[in-house]
Design a protein. Sequence first.
Length: 149
Amino acid sequence: MIRMSILRHTAAFGLFALATFGPVAAPTVAAQELSGSDSPVSVERVKDSLNRTPPQSLKFDTRMPVPAATFKVTVNQRLFVLPIMDSLRKEFELTPLQRQSADWSSKCCGISIASLAEGLERAYRDWKERRVRDRVARELAEVIAAAEK
């Protein structure tokens, strides 16, 4: 692993040096050709220089090693997933302590809150029925009184 990183750094430095110092030599060759031509801004000279191949081409002195895979895969155990109903039951089912606590919290000072709520609901329903009966009796008395006149 260390040997690979050293080779990579060496190759990268070599490419950097070639890219940096390679073009430095090219302008000196162009400067020598420039002194032989008549006009420094001649269109023909620019076309000729564009059509010519460069005197030097990039070559790699060292060969890059082929990277080798260095990893390892192991499987310890197959993943077990509970069915959805079992998962929900496990999450939301009360433990015996929670059931006991819920039973205790539903009673306040020895009075069952559920039975107290039922009694209040029954009393409210009876009150509404009594109101409707009284209203019907009142309207019936008005109708009878109007019919006697």
